[in-house]
Design a protein around this ligand. Sequence first.
Ligand SMILES: [Zn+2]
Length: 402
Amino acid sequence: MWGLLIGMADPRGTLMSWSIKLGTIKGIEIRVHVTFFLILIWAAAEGLSQSGGGWGRAIFGVLSTCLLFVCVVLHELGHSLVAIHFGGRVRNIILLPIGGVAQMESLPDKPIHELLVAIAGPAVNFVIATVLMLIALPMIRAEIPTGLLVTLSSPRAWYVLIAFVVRLLFRLLDGIDWRALVLYLLGANASLGIFNLLPAFPMDGGRVLRGLLALWLDYLRATRIAINVGQSLAVILGFFGILTANWMLMLIAVFIFFSAGQEGRVVEARVVLGNLRVEQVLNSQAPSLSPLHSLAHVLDVASHLRQANFPVMQGTRLVGVLTQDDVLAALHQYGVEVRVGRVMRRQFPIVRPTDTLLHARQLIAQSGIKALPVMNGSVVLGLISLQDIDAAYLLSATPHLA
Ligand SMILES: [Zn+2]
């Protein structure tokens, strides 16, 4: 058995390159990461190696694993479709050996919407579990001792029933019994729903808690409280893991503790950068280049003025951008004599002075160009670079992070 952790974002977007597209649902690409196939091989190998195992068992293992991951996709689709309903954008859902990740390009802004998006995933698993329970009950009714089902009014009877069903599951798993598949998926969906509702980032429950708090408190404060709750929970889980010598639990506790802190830094950056405007940190003294300048001239200017990125002007018209990365790449490829006009970037997004630093940072991330021109109408005011934004963030951010 393996743990399933369901995240909602892959900020670096590095998972895409090693994944294969399975299909598209409502404009969302469903992809599977190459490492996912390791899980299938593992499931098949386990079926083959068990005592009394064989190809039948191997296929059974692969099939149940695939069906479990169908449930994971449905969980992520739950998040995604609700997010799209509230104006968010979802690029894709990627299946990993540890679970699924929905890559959201933009999330709904309102706390109540974020709350509904977060709760939609686990809700899907609870719905699946309920349907499977309705299917499973008639299937296993014959196996359940008479009398057990009649007395379900007391909690103890439920406990006895669950213990009985788990024992039955293991007995059925000894043979290739399809009822075992139903019970396995029932248990897996129930645990997926419950585990993901733990009130700790990066689990859905952390976002649900933050969304609830943000209905009354400001977003940053709600995030800090949710992080503290999650980290306290992680400490309790960790202690429990130590007491019971459960390594898996200890690992999960450490993972939750550090992921929660990470969420705090991300939100802090988003809030701080969302409150600063480009005109406040704009480098308006940036000297410009002409397309006819050589790279040797650029290096000369760069070393004298400690300037790494340049707008390229023809008269008063902006015709290009040359960043430090571009200069280094061009030097490597063409040497110092090449003209700026040949190696500059001609396609680039433009930032307005009233844009937030958050918006500028998103444009830089999307375009991959580390400095963008700031324009007021057709007038170039200067450049804003990733370094400018990071420096402004360091100056403005509160020294203690939640
Ligand atoms: Zn989720």
